[in-house]
Design a protein around this ligand. Structure first.
Ligand SMILES: [Cu+2]
Ligand SMILES: [Zn+2]
Length: 183
């Protein structure tokens, strides 16, 4: 437990340090963290504003999804999912539906009946900053397997996911997107 807490602390500070970088950088994070995959999240409008980065790495029991976004509306809640296709074209629409290799219903990520791409909502703090740190058991960073998240895309929506409505939680428009690529 102690080790886990220490890792979380390193992670939190690493994310804080890298939040405002706008160019890809192999040295983003300390060596002991070393994600396998990353995604640069940008708005889908013409401004293509850089909101931050998401990282993925294998951990015991699944894949850890972590990262921090800035420039959000303070106090607002946003859905975040991994969508099927690794593209942000057509204002994010070409990313397709939620990544769902096991043919499940949409649902809360902490329940078995959820898409592999379903993740906990992001809530922005008073400074418009939101972070995520979640482990999904049913995805892989290995590009060779069917449940890989490599070359898929994160989509951030304008609204919150209700985790009930099908097939996508009634989360509203696609607001930002990032293709998942090698770290
Ligand atoms: Cu989505
Ligand atoms: Zn879903």
């Amino acid at each position: 437990m102690k080790k886990l807490l220490a890792t979380s602390a390193v992670l939190a500070s690493a994310i804080a340090l890298t939040a405002c970088q706008t160019t890809p950088n192999k040295q983003d994070l300390p060596a002991e963290i070393q994600p396998a995959l990353k995604a640069q999240i940008q708005t889908v409008d013409v401004s293509k504003a850089h909101l931050g980065k998401m990282y993925l790495r294998p951990v015991q029991g699944g894949v850890q999804v972590f990262g921090k976004l800035t420039g959000l509306n303070p106090g607002s809640t946003y859905a975040i999912h991994i969508h099927e296709n690794g593209t942000c074209a057509n204002k994010g629409k070409d990313a397709g539906g939620h990544f769902n290799p096991l043919n499940k219903q949409h649902g809360h990520p902490s329940t078995p009946e959820s898409h592999a791409g379903d993740l906990p909502n992001l809530t922005a703090d008073a400074n418009g900053v939101a972070s995520i740190n979640f482990v999904r058991e049913d995805i892989s960073v290995d590009p060779r397997v069917a449940n890989t998240v490599y070359n898929r895309a994160f989509i951030i929506h304008a609204g919150a996911d209700d985790y009930v409505s099908q097939p996508a939680g009634n989360a509203g428009d696609r607001m930002a997107c990032g293709v998942i690529e090698e770290y």
